[in-house]
Ligand binder design. Structure first.
Ligand SMILES: [Zn+2]
Length: 449
């Protein structure tokens, strides 16, 4: 394959920004230097542009198999690379749920033929498949999770099953990643609001129903059990300032046994937005107060929260446009996550180096990924070229999600993703995709220290 040189980009990597050339050859970054010339190589002039390591999103729902009226791996991975996401890890609440190794490998096989980005898929866990879940190969599967499965099974949030957690934690050496909310507290809150409004509860009460208390109680319970066993545990989509304060920042993310993430929507929206966006911003866990949003940002900056994910979870418009109790929770984000975080950089919330650390370096470290997450010689060339001074507006014509809507509709972003490289090849360039090329299966160090 022809070599590619990205010339004179502002390379944002490992805490610094430097103007450099980057040579891509045979899936990897061959050389990084000031002034690289190789006869016959394709040169990409990048003066004034920024080169970032691609975002690694550890939490997406791409809905295939079984729910492809909402999304599929091809459509959503194409949206992801257009948004600067080069690798994703996908959730088990597809139909059938990913509860056996066979079903898990079927998803890898689909992605190998259709995914524009690099991929990994979580093994699902329920009360009935513990033995099977414990058989996953840690070097080829990102982890085990219960996330999303409760949509099909009322008893699925593991945080509410301490006995099962004890058993799993005492036996597993895998990355265990959990959704943490307390069902009993949510049910009690929901019953109260139903007594006032029936099933037509105003969406603004979502944060009072799926409350801070519900999140904090479950997270504290899971932490207490996990700390006894010393497992490798990750908390998905932490949504409250109170939870952020529960996590440690005493050591480097690589050496943490317990890590946590915040999601783009919890960093962008607050409960003040329910009035204008309604159920389009209904997520589980709920978007909460400004105080919570600021607490998550502080948690990220202080390294109590380790990185940022999307929880991309598309539903059709009609599935969202229902009464409060019927409207599906979740929304599509992969195309707009990095532009939104770059916008927070423009607003001086995060430095550019922090955006890169929280969307790429720290995810790679937390999952012990092999040769990804940095712009380093010898690493895979997962790269994003962005123009940080080019505005564009999210509108119906430029949304790439199969579901055709975005919670960011009408938003103007001041940064544009121009090109995305996935494992060394162009996956996206100036509005064009290259569907003849696929991403690679992600690999991890077997021992998740
Ligand atoms: Zn979740």
């Amino acid at each position: 394959m022809k070599k590619i040189i990205i010339k004179q980009a502002h390379v944002v990597n490992e805490g610094s920004i430097r103007v450099l050339d980057v040579l891509i050859s045979n899936q990897r970054i061959e050389k990084i230097a000031t002034g690289i010339d190789v006869a016959g190589a394709e040169e990409i002039r990048a003066e004034g542009l920024y080169l970032l390591p691609g975002m690694i999103d550890d939490q997406v729902h791409f809905r295939e198999p079984g729910l492809t009226h909402k999304a599929d791996i091809r459509s959503e991975s194409a949206a992801a690379v257009a948004g600067g996401i080069t690798s994703f890890m996908e959730m088990p609440n597809t139909i059938p749920n990913t509860l056996t190794i066979d079903l898990l490998e079927q998803k890898y096989a689909i992605a190998a033929l259709s995914s524009a980005a690099n991929f990994s898929f979580y093994m699902g866990i329920s009360e009935d498949n513990c033995e099977e879940a414990l058989r996953i190969d840690n070097s080829r599967v990102c982890g085990i999770t219960d996330d999303g499965l409760y949509f099909n099974n009322n008893h699925g949030i593991m945080a509410n099953h301490p006995k099962f957690l004890e058993d799993l934690f005492s036996r597993s050496d895998a990355m265990i990643a959990l959704h943490s909310e307390d069902d009993a507290i949510i049910e009690k809150n929901l019953a109260y609001y139903q007594s006032l409004y029936g099933n037509d509860i105003p969406v603004k009460y979502h944060a009072a129903i799926r409350s801070e208390e519900a999140c904090l109680s479950a997270t504290q319970r899971v932490l207490d059990i996990c700390r006894k066993h010393g497992n490798r545990l990750h908390f998905f989509h932490v949504s409250t300032a109170a939870e952020a304060a529960l996590f440690d920042n005493h050591c480097n993310v690589r050496h943490k046994r317990i890590t946590a993430e915040a999601c783009v929507h919890h960093l962008w929206f607050s409960d003040e937005d329910y009035g204008s966006r309604g159920s389009l911003i209904k997520w589980n866990p709920a978007v909460k107060s400004n105080k919570d949003r600021n607490g998550l940002i502080e948690g990220l900056i202080s390294n109590r929260i380790d990185f940022i994910a999307t929880d991309h979870a598309p539903h059709t418009w009609s599935e969202k446009m229902k009464t409060y109790t019927e409207a599906a929770s979740g929304g599509p984000l992969v195309q707009h996550a990095l532009p939104a975080l770059l916008e927070l950089h423009h607003r001086k919330v995060f430095t550019l180096e922090q955006v890169v650390e929280k969307t790429s370096h720290h995810v790679a470290e937390a999952y012990c990924m092999i040769d990804r997450g940095y712009i380093r010689e010898g690493y895979y060339a997962d790269l994003v070229l962005a123009d940080l001074s080019s505005s564009w507006k999210v509108d119906q014509q430029n949304i790439l999600y199969k579901c055709g809507w975005s919670p960011f509709i009408g938003q103007v972003f001041g940064s544009k993703i121009l090109m995305t490289f996935v494992s060394g090849h162009k996956a996206y360039a100036f509005g064009k995709h290259f569907p003849e090329k696929q991403g690679l299966r992600l690999e991890f160090e077997k021992d998740r220290l």
